[in-house]
Design a protein. Structure first.
Length: 511
């Protein structure tokens, strides 16, 4: 059992090409051996049957010749009278089966009697009508039979088997030589065919090994080796394996790319978070420092600062800090995905109110309102938050453009079931380097865009809040900017229209 297990282990350790060749060779050996053995047995049975028929015929002739001389028990003259072939052996037997006389036919010579040893080799053959094989010393192997006529005449007749045995031996040698030559040729052809047929599988395996050696653990996206196109034919098993390996490699590359993107996003998120915390800390520290400073002055006495001025500054800084905290809380709620109020909102009315508020805050700007109302500008959402989006966009235009800038706000309902709001100004524009990050938190354009009235800028959260609110309503916000034209576009999905609508007129008027 241990030897068999060890042999199986050795076989499993060999390559598929070697195992196939060994298996096919073993199968061919078994088939050839079975065919050769079957042919040998059939031919041997045929030749022995033919010999037995000739032995039977010779025995009948001998018995017929002996019956003509019933009174001569030791007379074997029938061997010459019936024309027996050379080598034919005959004997007269008594009632008990003992040999009375025995002789063998010679070539071109009268029959000569058998010796005592030769007669002893023929003892024991009964008159059962069957053929028996006996080896006669000096004569070789014989096929003999005994016939009895029932009247006391009993004759033993035999024919030599040397020719038959030589023929059988020659047949065995020929079959062995042919089988060996056939096995050699078949083995060589099988080795060539197996080698050629397994070449695609070998290339697939080589590709798999090369991929396995790639530094996939580091997560670097590299171009992995693919199985050649000729080895991905779905009509063959090797092609199916090659195609499957290519698909797996595609999945691996996609996974690596996705992981790298996720890692990059995580790094960016961490950077944004660190920057966000730093900016938030800075923004909160400034009003806190002002409040602490005025409080310290008040503690030192009223002769250092007027109490009313100190309290007004403390109140202003407190309001500034409160607004900043509220903005941060709003962004946190939006990031968590908390639901907003959902009512039908007329953006035309909301935009008009926001423009009037902006006009009151920025009297040095030119404000225009353009309402293109072929259909109602209705959306579903939180009216207060949508008002905050428009107010932030208008405040951004007011704070970062010089006095005298024209700011135009428009709203329209499109055929694509969206409501589009545009806030456009003819100010100096946003620097190209700042444009990709203009909607990120704490992004400021203090160095590029002039401020009106020398007023302080915001905290850099206005556009980030507008973006977060717009996305929470299923919309999007974009910006395009060149010197002399900066336009923010807000697209929101329109609310379902009532069954009948009356087109409204287009109105353009200064706010």
């Amino acid at each position: 059992m241990n030897l068999l297990t060890r042999d199986r282990g050795r076989l499993r350790g060999r390559s598929l090409r070697t195992r196939l060749l060994l298996f096919i060779s073993a199968t061919l050996v078994v088939v050839c051996a079975a065919m050769s053995l079957t042919t040998f047995l059939v031919q041997r049975a045929y030749l022995l049957g033919n010999l037995d028929d000739r032995v039977g015929n010779a025995a009948e002739r001998s018995l017929g010749g002996a019956e003509l001389r019933p009174g001569f028990d030791d007379d074997l003259g029938f061997l010459t009278e019936n024309g027996h072939a050379a080598g034919t052996l005959a004997a007269r037997l008594d009632d008990k089966g003992a040999i009375i006389a025995a002789a063998v036919v010679s070539q071109d010579a009268p029959p000569h009697s058998l010796s005592t040893a030769q007669r002893a080799a023929l003892k024991g053959v009964t008159a059962d009508g069957a053929e028996h094989t006996r080896t006669v010393p000096g004569l070789g192997t014989y096929r003999v039979t005994v016939l009895d006529d029932g009247n006391g005449v009993r004759v033993l007749t035999g024919l030599p088997m040397d020719d038959v045995q030589d023929m059988i031996s020659g047949l065995l040698v020929v079959e062995a030589v042919v089988a060996l030559a056939g096995l050699t040729v078949a083995g060589f052809l099988c080795a060539v065919v197996i080698r050629r047929q397994l070449r695609p599988l070998g290339r697939v395996a080589a590709t798999a090994v090369e991929v396995s050696r790639s530094p996939l653990g580091r997560g670097e996206v590299t171009t992995l080796t693919r199985v050649p196109e000729r080895d991905t034919d779905a009509g063959s098993e090797a092609g199916q394996v090659g195609a499957a390996l290519n698909r797996m490699i595609d999945h691996v590359e996609s996974s690596l790319a996705e992981r790298q993107r996720n890692e990059e996003q995580m790094r960016r998120s961490e950077e944004r978070m660190r920057r966000f915390l730093a900016d938030a800390s800075h923004e909160l520290r400034t009003p806190l420092a002002s409040i602490a400073g005025y409080a310290e002055l008040m503690n030192r006495g009223t002769d250092r600062i007027e109490p009313g001025l100190a309290w007004r500054r403390v109140t202003a800084e407190s309001a500034r800090m409160t607004g900043l905290v509220e903005d941060l809380l709003l962004l946190a709620r939006l990031d968590e995905g908390r639901p907003l109020q959902s009512t039908e909102v007329d953006l035309a009315a909301v935009l008009a109110e926001a423009v009037w508020d902006a006009r009151a805050a920025g009297t040095g700007h030119e404000w225009q309102l353009h309402l293109s109302l072929d259909a109602p500008a209705l959306v579903t959402g939180d009216e207060a938050r949508l008002h905050q989006v428009l107010a932030n966009l208008l405040a951004n235009a007011r704070m970062h453009t010089p006095v005298g800038t024209t700011v135009t706000a428009s709203v329209e309902a499109t055929a694509a079931h969206t409501v589009v709001i545009r806030v456009r100004d003819d100010g100096p524009g946003i620097p190209p380097a700042l444009l990709p990050t203009v909607f990120e938190r704490f992004t400021r354009a203090d160095a590029s865009r002039a401020r009106s009235g020398g007023k302080e800028g915001g905290s850099g959260l206005g556009l980030a809040i507008a973006t977060a609110i717009t996305r929470a309503h299923g919309g999007r916000i974009d910006v395009t900017s060149v010197p002399g034209r900066t336009e923010f576009t807000v697209q929101l999905p329109a609310a379902p229209l009532p069954p009948a609508e009356t087109p409204a007129r287009v109105r353009t008027a200064p706010a």
